[in-house]
Design a protein around this ligand. Structure first.
Ligand SMILES: NC(=O)c1ccc[n+]([C@@H]2O[C@H](COP(=O)([O-])OP(=O)(O)OC[C@H]3O[C@@H](n4cnc5c(N)ncnc54)[C@H](O)[C@@H]3O)[C@@H](O)[C@H]2O)c1
Length: 362
């Protein structure tokens, strides 16, 4: 993509695309909600589209159920050479386009695996797609040129382009994105029936497992509906898993020494470890390859920066960083995620320079 890009739908994803392309492409913006368009323009995501100027690529970033209708309308008006969308369900858009009888040679679906809990242009950021997979999903009949335009757009936004069929994509995201959303939301929902004290005595575990439960209910109802065929058996499988655990716990509650029940629990936890180890911490880096160096840091200027400066001086790349604030205390715990081979030497370096390194990380 070297020419201008028309973004239709200036919500979280559309506005983030405009911000990510900043300076590299001329970006034209359209939204049926004038307020949202105004916010996106005000944030520097692009200029308002007059409805006439043509673009090289049109990116449709509207809710999934409206995607095919908007694509068809833009195609009919010949506003761009190539069209793409960002819907998290690819087969549904394909079926909708088929139903509308829309020609698909110049349309290639796409899905950036990026997002956050806040919808709308206010939550948009230029770095939303940095290092994330962005899957181009050619339809039957999509031209090579249209596929290339989507992978170029993905790369220009800082993402890692991939190509998959709509069916393979939908199967993959059912497991990696849609099932996690159901689990987090269900867990969040159960907190409403828990003892009020439960949330007060919570730690980072509850934060981590419920983070995406804050997602937009309207959008996710659409997403899960559109991919129901793929998601339903996964939710049923999870329910079976939970049923076995509930049964084992029922047994253990009355006979804590029951070896078979304990084995059911342990087996689930061990398989959980194995599954978790498959999850990339960031693109290309697996959890099992990284280790944690935890440091207690007083709430003083420059202390966090000093950790990073010393890691850099020791030639250690920090893959990720987590900060846990301790409620009501002027200290927090900073966890530096580094390649396992560097864990011991970095811990020693930091301890040697006066930092309070906590034991037992890993
Ligand atoms: N939020 C995520 O995490 C995420 C991640 C990847 C892909 N997606 C996909 O991106 C798309 C948009 O999601 P979002 O999170 O940006 O939603 P959003 O609600 O933030 O934005 C959607 C925007 O589309 C506008 N709109 C609705 N109908 C329109 C029409 N007919 N013409 C022009 N504008 C119209 C709305 O006014 C709104 O500003 C969806 O297809 C979603 O599946 C979302």
């Amino acid at each position: 993509v070297t020419g201008s890009v028309l973004v239709v739908g200036t919500g979280l994803i559309g506005t983030s695309i405009g911000l990510a392309l900043d300076g590299h492409r001329r970006v034209l913006l359209a939204d049926t909600d004038a307020g949202r368009l105004g916010v996106a323009v005000g944030r520097g995501a692009g200029e308002p589209w007059d409805g006439k100027v043509t673009a090289e690529l049109a990116v449709v970033a509207v809710p999934p159920t409206k995607t095919a209708v908007v694509l068809t309308d833009l195609l009919r008006r010949e506003v761009s050479e190539i069209l793409t969308h960002v819907s998290s369900s690819q087969t549904q858009v394909q079926l909708d386009l088929d139903a509308l009888g829309t020609q698909t040679a110049t349309i290639c679906g796409g899905h950036p695996l990026a997002g956050r809990e806040t919808a709308g242009p206010d939550g948009a950021t230029a770095r939303l797609f940095e290092g994330r997979p962005w899957v181009a999903c050619p339809l039957a009949g999509t031209s090579e040129r249209a596929v290339a335009a989507v992978t170029e757009l993905a790369a220009a936004c800082g993402a890692e382009p991939m190509v998959m069929s709509p069916e393979a994509h939908d199967r993959a995201v059912a497991a990696s994105s849609h099932l996690p959303q159901v689990v987090a939301s269900a867990l969040g929902a159960r907190l409403l029936v828990a003892d009020a004290a439960a949330v007060r005595v919570s730690g980072p575990g509850l934060q981590d497992t419920t983070r995406i439960a804050a997602s937009d209910a309207g959008l996710w109802t659409e997403v899960l509906t559109a991919n129901a065929l793929q998601v339903a058996p996964l939710v049923a499988g999870l329910a079976e898993e939970l049923r076995r655990v509930a049964d084992a716990l029922d047994v253990l509650a009355v006979s804590p020494g029951d070896a078979a029940a304990a084995q059911v629990l342990r087996d689930m936890l061990v398989r959980g470890n194995a599954g978790r180890a498959l999850v990339p911490v960031k693109q290309g880096v697996l959890d099992r390859d990284v280790a944690v160096v935890a440091v207690r840091v007083p709430d003083e200027p420059g202390r966090l920066a000093d950790l990073l400066v010393r890691a850099a001086a020791a030639g250690v790349n920090v893959e990720d960083i987590r900060v846990e604030h301790l409620a009501g205390r002027k200290t927090g715990v900073v966890e530096l995620l580094v390649r396992s081979v560097h864990q011991a030497s970095l811990a020693a370096t930091l301890a040697g320079s006066g930092h309070e390194v906590l034991g037992g990380g890993g």
